[in-house]
Design a protein around this ligand. Structure first.
Ligand SMILES: [Zn+2]
Length: 59
């Protein structure tokens, strides 16, 4: 049941996780510039994905 939004959401999630695991600068309160970009992208996609789930429709 993968679709493009879900794929992007998962990609952003794993990119963010992989970065924060290897990054010595990123912390929950403070991200490095790269981490901040990845975290923002992940948050946006998560928001879009969850909003779509809640409305039960397809974008
Ligand atoms: Zn980082």
């Amino acid at each position: 049941m993968a679709d493009r939004l879900y794929d992007r959401y998962m990609n952003a999630s794993s990119a963010w996780r992989a970065h924060s695991k290897g990054c010595t600068v990123c912390r929950p309160e403070q991200c490095c510039p790269t981490g901040a970009v990845l975290a923002a992208r992940f948050a946006d996609l998560q928001d879009a994905y969850l909003r779509r789930l809640r409305h039960g429709g397809t974008p």
